[in-house]
Design a protein. Structure first.
Length: 285
């Protein structure tokens, strides 16, 4: 008798894939400062605030040891991208994008993969023939803050499937599933057919899930669609779109929802849900 292999997504599996993806694609982004003064000031401030919390809450030696053990395990499971993007990135995004006049940005998260299928303005994302989930069309226009349509802008899009899993980070999902790089038409317009994604739950079997459970928090992000919108001469917009009435909208574990980023899907002519969203880009400074 043979037993079919069971392919269950694990925290260590998605974590190590996220760590690999970060090293390959994002590790070199931007230039870290080599300004000794800035490093000194920031590192000293962060450490000082940790010291303060320890004093204020009278951390015990067993607790210090537990924290040390947990930090080691986060690395072993490859969960640093997940931990940082869920609990820290939203503040970096807020600081960096505060001056934008166009569409609101939000966090990129750990599951972006570059180099996906290049698709025309009206398209269907790569998906399985039996892909679960309600069909959904995202259409709209990319414009500059002054209203100029940005023909040929690209909408790099990625979303979780109906089980809340991302291709590239869970077993048994084909590479590139529900991912694509869409080139808008001459007027900046696009119409992308996909599915309604499910909410995302942080894996319970990993270190991040363990912390969340131990603290009595919930581990959910509301259903969302990720996009990275770019056009030459404009600041790339990394954001996410959510769904009106969606579960966890008001308690996103990653604190990455914004009222301006909520879609109001409506039934289209053929009964398929359509959501319209126009992306407005700021010029490069
Ligand atoms: C996600 O799908 C996500 O978008 C973020 C930011 C963190 C964890 C999972
Ligand atoms: Fe996501």
């Amino acid at each position: 008798m043979t037993t079919a292999p069971i392919h269950i997504p694990t925290a260590a599996g998605s974590g190590s894939a996220a760590t690999d993806a970060f090293r390959e694609n994002r590790g070199q982004r931007g230039a870290a400062t080599t300004d000794q003064q800035r490093i000194d000031t920031f590192a000293r401030d962060v450490l000082g605030r940790i010291h303060e919390a320890i004093r204020e809450h009278h951390l015990t030696y067993p607790e210090y040891t537990a924290v040390k053990k947990w930090l080691i395990e986060v690395g072993e499971n490859g969960e640093w991208p997940l931990f940082l993007d869920v609990f820290v990135e939203h503040v970096v995004e807020d600081v960096v994008n505060s001056g934008r006049r166009g569409s609101k940005g939000t966090i990129e998260g750990p599951y972006y993969l570059p180099g996906q299928a290049e698709l025309p303005a009206t398209c269907t994302l790569p998906m399985r023939s039996d892909e679960k989930g309600d069909p959904l069309v995202l259409d709209g226009q990319v414009r500059a803050v002054d209203g100029t349509p940005l023909g040929g802008a690209t909408v790099d899009i990625w979303l979780a499937d109906d089980d809340g899993y991302y291709s590239g980070f869970a077993p048994d999902i084909p590479a590139g599933n529900l991912r694509g790089v869409v080139t808008a038409d001459g007027e900046g317009r696009f119409a992308i057919r996909a599915i309604q994604p499910a909410p995302y739950e942080i894996p319970k079997d990993g270190s991040v899930g363990q912390l969340i459970a131990a603290a009595g928090w919930h581990a959910w992000r509301p259903a969302h669609i990720h996009v990275m919108v770019s056009a030459p001469g404009y600041r790339t917009l990394t954001t996410q779109l959510y769904f009106r009435g969606g579960e966890w909208l008001d308690s996103d574990v990653a604190q990455a929802t914004k009222p301006e980023l909520i879609l109001d899907p409506r039934p289209g002519a053929d009964g398929v849900l359509v959501s319209t969203y126009d992306f407005v880009l700021d010029p490069e400074q």
